[in-house]
Design a protein around this ligand. Structure first.
Ligand code: CP3
Length: 359
């Protein structure tokens, strides 16, 4: 067994006792850090993803600079469609673009069947190298996009406000949508298992666009496939986190998906989410990312409200409700981490004598 110097995050995922609430930040390896921008200035985004030394370097930056309790491997959810043969470009200010989106049977047939060992080996190498360089300081999180969120990018070709093309596909040709979703489900499950084998201590499934679906369609096009991914990789002991952004309307059903942790955005109170989810799974979240624009005093008060909303007891992992924004001051991210480390102790049972009495 690997010896970790800080395993608070892993214990919280399993709802085991912790001395304080662990914190990490979605998109913590990113442009708000000048040290990230310095590496990025000399390398394009995909080159960084595909060069294990660079990926490891920026993965570890927030551990050193911000003090988070877990690292997340630097990569992107879109490496799966890229490995399937879609040409991906990352434009500053515009985000990722696929110049030939998938819209027809023929397009779908052209998607390559992939395995992580053959087609995404560079991510596995980046994980192994990062683990080595972290030398047990904090756990490393691997990740993938969920089948539904990957499908949205593959069909739209880029981000969207209305998701018209992918909605056209699921309503006019659901068979084709399900065919691609099945293909993606196999690729995602294989990819996450391989990341765990390469050394990831936990994995997160990002379903950023789950909330674009109606409550019923969410079950049919998103959750069903996440259930399948999780049941395929569940033999592993490593915690699985599912983050379906915008899905406060299906908390109870979502909690049954087999994940150890449900990530939630800031549009639902943690108390309410905890009430609905019950004691089944741990919860990750959910400070509004824009709170980090405010002064440290305000950030501290808002972070406290999040801790209070979850309340006492185990099973909370502090995070933002979505990724950190590129124009946030790094000092503010660091202040948040420090506040959570300090203020969360009161929500856990740290008194050895009371622990003894309880036994
Ligand atoms: O969390 C981490 O620090 C690990 C790295 C990570 C990135 N992308 C790096 C990245 C993770 C976990 C992701 C996930 C991801 N990528 C998601 C799901 C999470 C979410 O935020 O909803 C999505 C939808 C993507 C797709 C994607 N990649 C978009 C929409 C963009 C552009 C948006 C933007 O912020 O500009 C990217 C690019 C991207 N991925 C960057 C980083 C650091 C910025 C690229 C750059 O450096 O120029």
């Amino acid at each position: 067994m690997e010896q970790l110097q800080n395993d608070l995050f892993l214990r919280a995922c399993k709802k085991q006792p912790v001395e304080r609430t662990p914190i990490w930040i979605m998109r913590q390896a990113g442009r708000y850090l000048p040290e990230y921008r310095a590496v990025r200035a000399n390398n394009d985004f995909l080159t960084m993803c595909k060069t294990p030394e660079l990926a490891a370097e920026v993965t570890i930056q927030p551990v050193d600079l911000i003090g988070v309790d877990a690292a997340i491997i630097f990569s992107d959810i879109l490496v799966i469609p890229e490995a399937m043969g879609m040409h991906l470009e990352m434009f500053d200010g515009k985000g990722p673009v696929f110049d030939h989106p998938i819209r027809t049977e023929k397009d779908a047939e052209n998607l390559k069947q992939i395995t992580a060992q053959e087609n995404l080996k560079y991510v596995l190498d980046a994980i192994s190298l990062t683990k080595k360089e972290l030398s047990g300081r904090v756990p490393l999180i691997g990740f993938s996009g969920a089948p539904w969120t990957l499908l949205t990018y593959m069909v739209e070709g880029h981000g969207s406000k209305t998701f018209s093309n992918v909605k056209k596909l699921i309503y006019n040709n659901p068979e084709l949508a399900h065919k691609i979703l099945n293909k993606l489900t196999n690729a995602v499950a294989d990819y996450l298992s391989a990341q765990i084998e390469a050394g990831a201590n936990a994995v997160q499934i990002f379903d950023t666009w789950a909330g674009m679906l109606s409550p019923r369609d969410y079950l049919v096009f998103a959750l069903k496939y996440v259930n399948q991914v999780i049941s395929k990789i569940k033999r592993n002991d490593e915690p699985i986190i599912y983050f379906p952004k915008g899905v406060h309307y299906r908390m109870r059903t979502t909690a049954d998906c087999g994940a150890d942790v449900i990530g939630i955005d800031w549009t639902i109170d943690l108390a309410k989410a905890r009430d609905k989810i019950g004691n089944k799974v741990a919860i990750q979240g959910n400070l509004d990312p824009t709170v980090l624009y405010a002064e440290p005093g305000f950030i501290r008060r808002e972070a406290k409200k999040v801790l209070q909303s979850y309340g006492e007891g185990n099973g909370h992992i502090f995070n933002l409700g979505h990724g950190i924004l590129p124009d946030i001051k790094p000092e503010h991210a660091k202040a948040l981490v420090d506040f959570v480390k300090e203020d969360s102790q009161a929500f856990h049972d740290n008194d050895v004598s009371t622990k003894v009495i309880k036994i």
